[in-house]
Structure formats: structure tokens, C-alpha cells
Write a protein that binds this ligand. Structure first.
Ligand SMILES: Nc1nc2c(ncn2[C@@H]2O[C@H](COP(=O)(O)OP(=O)(O)OP(=O)(O)O)[C@@H](O)[C@H]2O)c(=O)[nH]1
Ligand SMILES: [Mg+2]
Ligand SMILES: [Zn+2]
Length: 298
């Protein structure tokens, strides 16, 4: 039996990276009635079918227990997420960034923020890197086309499986390409809109030197249903800079909106909490409330 990692899944065929080589495999029928479908990111054990004419096809015999499992995109065993936020072309959207940060806080995944295309907008790069570092996220501004970028990020990637997230044209495939031998397709915003689609169209895990990177298609819509929160009152916990103030407001059930004696609003007044982060908290809170109301109406 050989152990490897599924890096691609297409029409019932799995591509497995093992011992520096790629193998194509099918899953044994017995998985289906166990309700278990192998997925990208799974560590699996497989063997070759030695029947006549089957020499090159492998069979997955077992799937190892998953450390975690994401739904969108469907992938297992992610160690960390890099959120790529373009500083220009297209211009950034901090609401979307804060939404993603809540999403990954719920998933309990470590996040690093890369403000890309810093060469096109260095002033905003400085401001946003400082803002999100103060919130508590490791943040960088980077020109992905600059020599040195590869070596700079390598220590953060080594030994890990890293998922990339971000809108179309954020630079996810450009970043992935730094660590691969083969070259992935990349494209400018205008090329993308002309063709009306994203350059990357499927989810694939790429093996590099002691690392895996998940390149994903960018999303262009802000999807509130991405948030797996039922009760808007749980939202504050996922704004990580609010956590030290948890339980310190005058009212125990303070939602930090209009209540007196609110420590979050106090922090805002003192400049400890950023205005855009607070505004996005309120906007998310209201959208969650709206979602809840709709649920009761239907
Ligand atoms: N000037 C500049 N251009 C960059 C930088 N990073 C990426 N680009 C360019 O931005 C364009 C989009 O990059 P991609 O890597 O295709 O973006 P993507 O996130 O993979 O996009 P999708 O596959 O559509 O989700 C390409 O033309 C890149 O060459 C950067 O730091 N500076
Ligand atoms: Mg891409
Ligand atoms: Zn409060």
C-alpha cells in the first residue's frame, strides 16, 4: 500500500501526489455505502489493481481521519489560509475582507493577509497593513512580481497546506506559480471581464517543495450565506480584537450598537478599534438580523 495526498478530483478519478509522483486512482465501491467520498486534501492509502489491462489504475483503499474539512471549496486538511486582497485592479473591498476573516475565525483556521499589487498603490498598502496588524492578523503588502517574494513567504508555507482566498485577479495563481515548476494561467482584470469568467476555474492542490498550495477560483459576489452564524449575537466573538473586551460592557448582552457603557464603542472612541472594522461589524450584524427575520417569515 502507498500513502499519498489527493490533489485533484474529476469525474470519479482522483489524482494522488505520492513519493514525488502523480498517480490516477478510483475509489473502491465500499466508500459509497459508508457515506464517505474522498476529497481533495485527503491523505489516502492506495494500491494498484493487478488484473489484466489494469496496470496503471490505482485503487484508494482507505482515507485517513481529516483534521478539518471546508465546504467552499470542498477540501480537507487545510493548515492555514492566505487571504489575498488587491490594492488596485480591482480595488479592494474591506467588507469582503472582514467577512472572510469572520468566516475563517468560525472555521478556526489561522489567517495571513497579503495586500497584493502594492506597486500600484503603496500608500494604501502601508495603511491597511498597519490596520490589520493592529487587529491581530499577520499582514503584508507585496508586489507578487518582485524578485524576493518567493523566498520571503517560503518559511510561512514550508511543511504546510495553505489555501488561498480572494477575489478574481487578486493574484492567487501568480502567487502559486512562484512555488511550482509548471506554470498556471493568470490573467488581468480586463482579460477576465472580457471573457466573463475567472482564469482559474477549478480547485486544485499544488505540491511544491515540502508544501501544498490550494489555488482556487476567485469569487466576485459577497455572499452573506457564507457566514455560518445563526444568531447575530454570536458575531462579536469572531471580531478578534473585540475579544479582550468581552464581558466588560455595562450590559452582559451588549451588542455594541447603541447601548450605554459599551466598551467596544469606548475602544472605538479611543482609536483602539478601527472605524471601518466597527462599521463592518454593524453592517454584518444587521444583515444577519435580516437573514434571521427572513427565515421566520418563510
Ligand atoms: N502589478 C502587479 N500585478 C500583479 C501582482 N500580482 C498579480 N498581478 C497580475 O494580476 C493579474 C491577475 O492575477 P492572477 O494570479 O491571475 O489572479 P487570480 O487571483 O488567480 O484570479 P482568478 O484565477 O480569476 O481567481 C495577472 O495579470 C498578474 O500578473 C502584483 O503584485 N503587482
Ligand atoms: Mg487564478
Ligand atoms: Zn458593548
Amino acid at each position: 500500500m502507498i500513502k499519498g495526498k489527493i490533489i485533484k478530483s474529476l469525474g470519479g478519478f482522483y489524482t494522488i501526489d505520492a513519493q514525488g509522483e502523480e498517480f490516477t486512482a478510483r475509489a473502491k465501491g465500499n466508500f459509497r455505502h459508508l457515506g464517505l467520498t474522498p476529497m481533495v486534501g485527503d491523505w489516502v492509502n492506495f494500491r494498484f489493481d493487478d488484473g489484466p489491462g489494469q496496470e496503471n489504475l490505482a485503487y484508494i483503499e482507505s482515507v485517513e481521519v481529516r483534521k478539518n474539512q471546508l465546504l467552499r471549496p470542498p477540501v480537507a486538511n487545510i493548515d492555514q489560509v492566505f487571504i489575498l486582497v488587491p490594492l488596485a485592479e480591482p480595488s479592494y473591498n474591506l467588507y469582503l475582507l472582514d467577512l472572510l476573516l469572520v468566516h475563517y475565525a468560525i472555521e478556526d483556521l489561522p489567517v495571513r493577509i497579503l495586500f497584493t499589487k502594492a506597486d500600484l498603490n503603496p500608500e494604501e498598502g502601508d495603511r491597511l497593513q498597519a490596520l490589520y496588524s493592529q487587529v491581530g492578523y499577520p499582514s503584508h503588502q507585496v508586489n507578487l512580481k518582485e524578485k524576493g517574494t518567493k523566498d520571503f513567504f517560503y518559511p510561512f508555507l514550508k511543511g504546510k497546506t495553505t489555501a488561498l482566498a480572494g477575489v478574481s485577479a487578486a493574484g492567487k495563481s501568480t502567487f502559486t506559480n512562484l512555488y511550482l515548476e509548471k506554470e498556471l494561467a493568470t490573467g488581468s482584470v480586463s482579460e477576465k471581464t472580457k471573457r466573463g469568467r475567472h482564469t482559474t476555474r477549478h480547485v486544485e492542490l499544488y505540491p511544491g517543495e515540502d508544501l501544498y498550495i490550494l489555488d482556487t477560483p476567485g469569487f466576485s459576489r459577497i455572499e452573506m450565506d457564507r457566514l455560518e452564524i445563526e444568531d447575530p449575537r454570536d458575531l462579536d466573538h469572531y471580531f478578534i480584537e473585540f475579544r479582550p473586551l468581552e464581558g466588560k460592557c455595562k450590559f452582559l448582552d451588549c451588542q455594541h450598537l447603541k447601548e450605554p457603557g459599551c466598551q467596544i464603542k469606548e475602544g472605538l472612541a479611543q482609536g483602539l478599534i478601527s472605524e471601518s472594522r466597527y462599521e463592518n461589524y454593524v453592517r454584518m450584524y444587521e444583515e444577519l438580523e435580516e437573514k434571521e427575520k427572513k427565515k421566520w417569515r418563510s
